[in-house]
Each structure stands twice: as structure tokens, then as C-alpha cells.
Design a binder for this molecule. Structure first.
Ligand code: ARG
Ligand code: ZN
Length: 413
């Protein structure tokens, strides 16, 4: 592997207010093969000169978004240093347009009063209507609550699934903290739907958990990715230039450290202080006020197919990391057994990159929740954030398999 860290998501956003929708016509996604530090330096320079942004990668390759006007320049710079690359998306706007084809009316047949299909990515309204449908349909199993409001005043909703027995252990699941990671609210709602429509057949260790599930933590950002900029990551604090805080740098454990930025224009801006944002504050209030017996805390992200555990703020591990590794490996195995691809298990700071202020570190470090994970769903960079809707069901099925493993571990913890 490479010794030198490359900080992803660290790009600054163009210094202009978007007039209407942002288009990515002619921009490309490339998988670059970087096997030494000189090659990383080449990419770092191109990034500084705003020709590329970094999407993700691992120890041998890095996915870069190449701006349409910079394709020639970047190609030359790479070939000069013998950096191999593959074009994975040759027109990013086309990929965005193709990602979420409109549904036919018949896709809604037999839906029994809600519009979620798991064959398409849905708007916030469909998702929230589905929550209402759930409480009406399963009043004995589900309760719905608003735990706070976003900067833009949208409700942040939490579903509790519980058989009502006392003594249950509690598991937290969230999605949609990063706006553009559309696969995560789709996956979390899929998991809910499978649990409730098949509850009697779930194993006892699933039924005996109190599930606290927040499928869409960044509703403003999510709507913004549907209406203005498909690739928006942060929340929507501030209307002008350089708006938004990276909510996964805003949690209050070792806030402001490595991998988070003080620059409001950066994709990884950590905010003006720990929990400065209402979206993260809602979570911190809810969990610290609750007397649930928290045993696991799972945040879904994309992409890269990783199962990450603390610490994220640095390349260090907690004393009980072997147990987190073991349960992580069991999740990865369950994913493979469900027909899914390989997921890489490891501590976040070592395996991906150090980044302080994440929800997983706060859950473990401050709230002392034993099994804290960030799960980076599909894919591996073929489509990256612009994962076609046809991948929702396979991705969500394997995530469900991983969540059952968590339930088993939480029961024993
Ligand atoms: N892709 C995630 C992010 O950048 C990874 C978070 C892992 N956890 C951490 N505490 N760094 O937010
Ligand atoms: Zn994310």
C-alpha cells in the first residue's frame, strides 16, 4: 500500500452560485492506477489547479472526476508520468440522466398506499409519506418521531421498530448524512420494509432489538441533489458561496482534527464548532437523552464497499478493536453469502483516511456504544455516487444481511 495519505472529499467548491441546475456535460470519471507517491503528487497538483476532484479509491487506484475542459491536460499529465487510467464514465451528465429512469405507472401497482419502489431513487416527500404509511399499517410495531429540523426547516424523522418488551438492546441505523449518497436512504428504507413485512419470520435476535432508524439525516442536501447539484455532499447551511457543513465532520468527538477543514468552501468543512448544525445536534440530543441500551450504531455511506470501525480521527484503534474486527468480518461474510461483492473491513483511519468529527467516533468515543460502524455501500468506482437505480435491491439485500449480524452481536453485548 501507499504510505502517503490522499485526502478525499477535500476539494473546494467552485466559487460561483449555481444558476439553476448544475450540469456535468462532458466531465468524466477515471480510475487511475497510482502505485507510488510521485503519482499521487501529480493528482494532488491537478486537484489544486481545479482540473479534477477526488471521488474515492484505495491503496492502488484513485477515482477522479475530470472536468470536461481539462480532459486533454489531465490526459497529458498522466501519460507523462506513466499513470494508467480507465475511463469509467465518459459523460457524467449522461450517467446522471440515466441513473434514475422515471417509473411507469405500473411500477406502482400493488403498492398498498405508498410510493416507494426500491426500483428508483425517490424524493423526500415519497420517503416521508412512506413513514406515515408504516405507522398506520404497523401501529403495534412502529413509532415515528421528529427528532429535529434541518437548517432549511425540514423534519428529521426517526422510526422505532420494537416488540415493546422491556430489556431489549438498542441499535441505531442512519442514512443520508451525505446528500449525494442516494443509495443509503434507499437501503435503509429497504431494510425497514423487509423487517416489518416479514417480522414474524425474523430471527429472535432481530425481534428482540429496539431499532432506532433515521433513513435521511440531511433532507435539505438530499433535495438539493435532486433539484440543483447531483453531487452535493454537505448540508445547506448558508445561502451564498461556499455553503454547507460536512455533517460527518461535525460530531463532537475530537472535532476539528485531521481530515476536516476549517474552510467553509471545502467539501469537508467541519462547521463553526462541534454540533453547530441542527442535523447533528438532533442526533446527539436524541441519543444522549434516551435511556435505551445502546449496543450498536451504524451509519450508511457510499461508496467503496467498506465496513469501517473506529477510530476515524487517526490511524489508531480502540482497546476492543478485535471484537469490532470480528463482527465486521462476520458482516462481510454475510454479505458474500447473500451474493454480494467483497467488502473491506478495518479501522476507518487506517483503511480509508483519517477524518475527525465522524458519527462513528462520537458514538463510540462519547456515547460508549460498543459496535460503531460506518458501512460504505456499493460500488467500487464503476459508477461511484451515480449508482444506477437497478443496483438498489442487490445492494440493500446485502446490507440487510449485515444488519442481521449486528443484531446478533448486539444481543450478546
Ligand atoms: N466516507 C466517510 C466520510 O468521509 C468515512 C467516514 C469514516 N469514519 C470516520 N470517523 N472518519 O465521512
Ligand atoms: Zn458519506
Amino acid at each position: 500500500g501507499l504510505t502517503k495519505a490522499i485526502a478525499f472529499n477535500n476539494d473546494t467548491i467552485e466559487d460561483e452560485l449555481p444558476q439553476g441546475r448544475v450540469f456535468y456535460t462532458g466531465s468524466q470519471l477515471w480510475k487511475t492506477i497510482v502505485d507510488n507517491e510521485d503519482k499521487i503528487d501529480v493528482l494532488a497538483k491537478l486537484r489544486e489547479e481545479q482540473d479534477i476532484t477526488m471521488w474515492g479509491g484505495n491503496s492502488s487506484s484513485i477515482d477522479i472526476l475530470v472536468k470536461s475542459d481539462s480532459i486533454k491536460k489531465v490526459r497529458n499529465a498522466l501519460s507523462e508520468k506513466n499513470i494508467k487510467f480507465y475511463v469509467t464514465i465518459d459523460d457524467l451528465q449522461q450517467a446522471i440522466d440515466d441513473e434514475n429512469p422515471p417509473l411507469e405507472e405500473e411500477d406502482f401497482d400493488n403498492r398498498n398506499g405508498h410510493r416507494l419502489t426500491w426500483q428508483a431513487y425517490h424524493r423526500l416527500e415519497d420517503i416521508h409519506d412512506y413513514f406515515d404509511h408504516l405507522v398506520e399499517t404497523y401501529p403495534d410495531l412502529i413509532t415515528l418521531q421528529e427528532i429535529g429540523r434541518s437548517v432549511g426547516g425540514r423534519p428529521i424523522k426517526l422510526l422505532k421498530i420494537s416488540n415493546g418488551q422491556s430489556g431489549n438492546k438498542a441499535v441505531w441505523i442512519d442514512g443520508g448524512i451525505h446528500a449525494r449518497e442516494w443509495i443509503t436512504p434507499a437501503t435503509v428504507t429497504f431494510i425497514i420494509n423487509n423487517f416489518v413485512s416479514n417480522w414474524e419470520n425474523e430471527p429472535k435476535y432481530v425481534q428482540n432489538i429496539d431499532w432506532y432508524i433515521a433513513p435521511l439525516l440531511n433532507p435539505d442536501g438530499y433535495e438539493y441533489t435532486h433539484t440543483v447539484d447531483r453531487l452535493w455532499r454537505k448540508n445547506r447551511r448558508g445561502a451564498g458561496r461556499c455553503s454547507g457543513t460536512d455533517l460527518n465532520r461535525n460530531f463532537g468527538y475530537r472535532w476539528g482534527g485531521q481530515g476536516s477543514s476549517k474552510n467553509p468552501c471545502a467539501e469537508t468543512y467541519g462547521g463553526s464548532g462541534p454540533f453547530s448544525e441542527p442535523e447533528t445536534m438532533a442526533i446527539q440530543r436524541f441519543i444522549s437523552d434516551s435511556d435505551a441500551k445502546w449496543k450498536a450504531y451504524i451509519s450508511f455511506h457510499s461508496y467503496g464497499q467498506y465496513i469501517l470501525y473506529p477510530w476515524g480521527y487517526n490511524r489508531v484503534v480502540p482497546p476492543d478493536y478485535k471484537e469490532l474486527e470480528e463482527v465486521g468480518q462476520k458482516m462481510a461474510q454475510a454479505i458474500r453469502n447473500a451474493g454480494g461483492p467483497a467488502y473491506t473491513v478495518g479501522p476507518a483511519g487506517n483503511t480509508l483516511y483519517p477524518a475527525a468529527g465522524g458519527s462513528d467516533d462520537w458514538a463510540k468515543g462519547t456515547m460508549k456504544i460498543k459496535y460503531a460502524y460506518t458501512i460504505e455501500l456499493r460500488d467500487n468506482g464503476r459508477y461511484g455516487f451515480v449508482l444506477p437505480a437497478s443496483y438498489i435491491q442487490p445492494t440493500a439485500k446485502e446490507a440487510l444481511a449485515a444488519i442481521r449480524v449486528i443484531a446478533e452481536a448486539a444481543n450478546k453485548a
